[in-house]
Ligand binder design. Structure first.
Ligand SMILES: [Mg+2]
Length: 349
């Protein structure tokens, strides 16, 4: 068990006025509904080191949002640590579609040799879902061939018993790992012991249950997973995320949610700075957006994203400018998050 969380000193914060002066609020259309929304709003901010993104999900309060603001300030005012690689392999994502739709879905990710397949979606009964999941995963294996890597993501949709049975069947196809099979780390630790006892060779990855800096350390302490999925913004930026990854001692997969290409560039910066990067990252999400803040979105070429700065395009920031009331809403969120950070640093954190 790693003893303690690494101390990463907070970065110097620009004054609120400067931050607001440099902020642009956009509203970007999505291709289809994601997390219940059809449009994604974000604040893009240009600082002396480049562009940063502040886009905490709407349900997050100031405390949580302040972590995302730190990540934006790191990108725009401080820049990223030196990269160890110039491209980052990314995975294709296969939603819970019927098996016969799989070839068409994968065709949208040219060159990707790793696919993440959604399983355990809500709806039908367990046995019916499992039958469909097995057919979908087998179809992905058919397309990728024996050398492709296939991982599944259950988004916490199974109980321990269900996960044990489902992964027992899915393992036949050859799985790289199973992401968040159950909701809690305690359940995953139990599942992991049961899979080992049954001789089912499927490593587990923690995603949803790892959102705070302390969580990846709990994963290691409980022996709940073999891999940890991390996102930059909830962990306060590339440097703190790097420190957490090293402290937990497990391989890391960097992923994004609904970031613009500016936010995804922070993910590629983390992936590029990690000492080891044994798995493809979940950073191929720019395709979820029907519009982006750059004319050259970070979409995979030959299964990988380039590492490097992404600048927002003033013309696109103008074209997708959010309505006035939403701009005021986001400026208020920046103010509240900034106040959290300012009082934390006044209190000596
Ligand atoms: Mg996931």
């Amino acid at each position: 068990m790693p003893d303690a969380l690494p101390e990463v000193p907070p970065l110097e914060l620009p004054a609120l006025g400067e931050l607001l002066e440099r902020a642009h609020v956009v509203r970007l259309p999505l291709h289809r509904r994601f997390r219940g929304i059809l449009e994604r709003e974000a604040v893009l901010v240009e600082g002396p080191a480049g562009w940063g993104e502040f886009a905490p999900f709407l349900e997050y309060g100031p405390q949580e949002a302040s972590r995302w603001l730190e990540a934006a300030v790191e990108a725009a005012w401080h820049g990223f640590p030196a990269p160890r690689r110039d491209r980052v392999e990314v995975n294709a994502t296969v939603p819970a579609v019927p098996a016969h739709d799989v070839p068409a879905v994968l065709a949208a990710f040219p060159g990707c040799r790793t696919a993440k397949v959604k399983v355990a979606e809500a709806g039908a009964d367990f046995a019916t879902r499992l039958r469909e999941d097995v057919a979908r995963v087998a179809a992905v294996r058919d397309v990728l061939g024996p050398t492709g890597r296939v991982r599944v993501d259950a988004n916490a949709g199974w109980s321990v018993d269900e996960a044990e049975r489902a992964l027992g069947e899915l393992a036949v196809v050859g799985l790289e790992y199973a992401e968040q099979p159950c909701a809690t780390l305690e359940e995953m630790a139990l599942l992991r012991r049961r899979l080992a006892a049954a001789g089912t060779a499927v490593p587990l990855a923690a995603d949803e249950s790892v959102r705070k800096a302390e969580d990846p350390l709990r994963v290691a302490g409980l022996e709940a997973a073999d891999v940890v999925v991390v996102k930059v913004a909830p962990l306060r930026g590339v440097r703190p995320a790097l420190a957490v990854a090293q402290a937990c001692g497990l391989p890391v997969v960097v992923s994004s949610a609904l970031d613009t290409s500016v936010g995804i560039a922070a993910g590629t910066a983390l992936a590029a700075a990690l000492p080891e990067l044994p798995f493809a990252c979940g950073l191929g999400t720019a395709a979820l957006l029907a519009a982006d803040v750059t004319a050259a979105p970070l979409l995979p070429v030959d299964g990988a994203l380039p590492v490097g700065a992404v600048a927002a395009d003033p013309e696109l920031l103008h074209r997708f400018r959010a309505p006035a009331d939403r701009i005021e809403h986001w400026r208020d969120r920046v103010r509240a998050a900034h106040a959290v950070l300012t009082s934390a640093s006044a209190a000596g954190r």
